[in-house]
Design a protein around this ligand. Structure first.
Ligand code: GLN
Length: 258
């Protein structure tokens, strides 16, 4: 019986290895064939959200416009897949997709798993509270009910500060907790926080630049995929230099998201 189990396990392992291998080949062939398959988590306005008439099918936002421009700049087409934020880097490592564009902060931990492009946006974590809240700095969160999104850098920050928190799947879930007085504060990326505060009455943003440092968003590719990374970097540098990224940031920050 033990032998049979071991054999089955070995077969399963080989099968899974082959599956990954062939997928990886497909993805790189895809990029070479004129399609860059990006993935995002379309729950992060103004960078990515679902819209009836998005710049890339049902997807709209700063990142989605950038993905389209980067692909076109290289004579290719952008395809977008939507998945959970936690699954993005795994999909990249499995060769399921070519690149991740998801308002993703470059961190040392993530750098161990994937390669990052030239950064295109600087953000920071902020606290979202009710307008009458007495929270004025990060240390005021002590003993309060804190909500974060699972796997976001906001979770890492609150964890590093040593406070206990509740992690939710989506930013909108955190905001609903706050609106319904089920939590006292949400820690989230600045631009997305501004979006939610503009869309929901009675909320405000509290910044603490000492507690929360600046973060840089970049596109991720599989480790060692320099061919694609070079293309992406050349395009990002153009889009930064000619002001396109700033224009997109203004456009999507002002526009109401659906
Ligand atoms: N910038 C945050 C992070 O990288 C959140 C990104 C996102 O939700 N798309 O964790």
């Amino acid at each position: 019986m033990k032998k049979l189990m071991a054999l089955l396990l070995a077969v399963a392992m080989v099968a899974s290895l082959t599956a990954c291998g062939s997928k990886a080949e497909d993805a790189s062939a895809g990029a070479a064939n004129g399609t860059i398959t990006f993935a995002t988590n379309a729950e992060f306005p103004p960078f990515e959200f679902i819209a009836s008439n998005g710049v890339l099918g049902e997807f709209d936002g700063i990142d989605m416009a950038m993905a389209k421009m980067i692909a076109e700049d290289n004579g290719m087409e952008a395809k977008m897949e939507n998945m959970e934020f936690d699954s993005l880097l795994i999909a990249l490592q499995n060769g399921q997709i070519d690149a991740v564009i998801a308002g993703m902060t470059v961190t040392d931990e993530r750098k161990e798993a994937v390669d990052f492009s030239t950064p295109y946006y600087t953000a920071t974590q902020v606290m979202i509270v009710k307008e009458d809240s007495d929270i004025a700095k990060a240390t005021d969160m002590e003993g309060k009910k804190i909500a974060v999104v699972q796997g976001y850098t906001g979770e890492v920050c609150v964890n590093d500060l040593g406070y206990s928190y509740e992690a939710f799947k989506k930013g909108t879930e955190c905001i609903m907790e706050l609106v319904n007085d089920k939590c006292d504060v949400v820690v989230l990326d600045s631009a997305t926080a501004s979006k939610y505060v503009a869309d929901n009455e009675g909320l405000k943003i509290v910044e603490d630049t000492e507690a929360f440092g600046s973060e840089e968003y970049a596109i991720a590719v599989a480790k060692g995929n320099t061919e694609l990374l070079d293309k992406i970097n050349a395009s990002i540098e153009k889009l930064l230099a000619d002001g396109t990224v700033s224009e997109l940031a203004v456009k999507y920050s002002e526009e109401a998201t659906e």
